[in-house]
Design a protein around this ligand. Structure first.
Ligand code: SAH
Length: 394
């Protein structure tokens, strides 16, 4: 029997607007006893085909792969979708670019492959599956990637153990699906970074701050820079490149500060005016006495779910208030939120409340977002997650 999901009457509205998710509340019943991760056709109560996608148990019951009845999810489909993602990165100038060899090839819904992330680090592709369907499609993905890149790809690493739904009982293990590799320096706008997809956070590097790092570089000349939540030291390296007087990188993880120090040395030698400090940012900001005139706040997602929203907003307010109290007059504050559950307006309100607490004159110079290789599907506004403001604090 064909595997089908039949919607409740009238529940096709969001699909007609090409939104790629079906929530459990919209489902009337399932036919053909689909297993998690199966490709299932979606039919309206009136008996029309409307979409096809990966089925999963949970509040998002189906992630749409296609709205075309005549588009089977076969080898050809995978090749075609990956080719389209690749063509977009070609348009962006990211393919075979001598100054930048790490970029996001697949950004989930933004590339019409919901549940899948693929980051490219030189000759290694790192996969992160967020859905059972994508996890079960790995063979097809590997095959299509190899065909797309040929010799330019030496390894494909799967880093899905922390992202596939735990309840599905897949016992996912991070591992090479093809070839092998090791920690290697990658290039981003000519700067070198050591990236370890095996040990590092996420897929190894926060590619999504590329453009915002470049903006820090633009303003860094002669400034005393504090980069908080610094991880690999991404912003720090750009600040040094941009001629900062000195740069301090602060992270609570010693592994992270060690990495930032290694990256500073890798790019600018042991004499670089850089310090890597292992500390809690909230504590550190208490005693800096207006000694910095460019501060970066790039914390981890404070709200992983909508339930945590209020606490998250309080957290952003407190953090920003503290930085705005402590920055030197005429200083620049780069402040970010990568919480998907926090909207741009909510983030701005939290920063506004922080400014009011600090009682300083504050002007917004730039409103920042994620780079173009993290595209937002216009029908899926949830895909916009990175928000940033550059503030001039008098
Ligand atoms: N800005 C980084 C990415 C930041 S990821 C980049 O451009 O690559 C978030 C980092 O915050 C992690 O490295 C984590 O170790 C650190 N972190 C989390 N909570 C912290 C805290 N309270 N104080 C200091 N660092 C913290």
């Amino acid at each position: 029997m064909q595997k089908r999901l039949i919607l409740k009457r009238g529940k096709q509205e969001s699909l007609l607007r090409r939104h790629p998710w079906i929530f459990s509340g919209a489902v009337h019943h399932l036919e053909g006893n689909p297993a998690e991760g199966d490709v299932v056709d979606v039919w309206t109560a009136e008996g029309d085909f409307i979409a096809r996608g990966h089925y999963q148990i949970g509040s998002i019951t189906l992630r749409v792969l296609t709205f075309q009845a005549d588009e089977p999810i076969d080898r050809h489909w995978w090749q075609d979708r990956l080719q389209k993602a690749y063509a977009l990165r070609q348009t962006l100038g990211l393919i075979d670019n001598p100054r930048t060899n790490c970029y996001r090839l697949v950004h989930g819904e933004g590339d019409q492959m919901p549940g899948l992330v693929i980051d490219i680090y030189g000759s290694t592709a790192v996969l992160q599956c967020h859905s059972v369907g994508m996890y079960r499609s790995r063979d097809r993905i590997v095959e299509a990637l190899r065909q797309l890149y040929g010799d330019r790809l030496q390894a494909i690493y799967d880093k899905s153990s922390a992202t596939v739904p735990f309840k599905a009982g897949l016992h996912a293990r991070d591992q090479y699906l093809w070839g092998s590799g090791s920690e290697t320096p990658v290039l981003e706008n000519g700067n070198q970074f050591l990236v370890s997809w095996e040990e590092g956070q996420k897929t190894g590097f926060f590619i999504d701050q590329r453009d915002n790092r470049a903006l820090v570089g633009h303003y860094a000349q002669g400034r005393t820079v504090l980069n908080t939540f610094s991880y690999t030291g991404g912003f720090s390296i750009y600040a040094l490149q941009g001629g900062a007087r000195s740069v301090d990188s602060v992270d609570s993880s010693e592994t992270a500060t060690r990495l930032a120090a290694r990256n500073a040395t890798l790019n600018f030698g042991p004499e670089a005016p850089h310090r890597a400090i292992t500390a809690d940012v909230f504590d550190y900001l208490r005693n800096i006495d207006r000694s910095y005139d460019l501060i970066i706040l790039d914390p981890p997602a404070f709200a992983k779910h909508h339930k945590a929203l209020n606490n998250a907003l309080q957290g952003y307010k407190r953090l920003n208030a503290r930085a705005m109290q402590q920055i030197r007059p005429g200083g620049l504050l780069f402040t970010f939120s990568c919480s998907q559950a926090v909207s741009r307006e909510q983030f701005r309100m939290a920063v506004f409340s922080g400014a009011a607490i600090a009682g300083r004159n504050v002007r917004i110079l730039h409103q920042l977002t994620q780079p173009a290789d993290h595209p937002v599907n216009i029908y899926h506004p949830e895909g916009e997650y990175l928000k940033g403001l550059v503030l001039y604090v008098e």
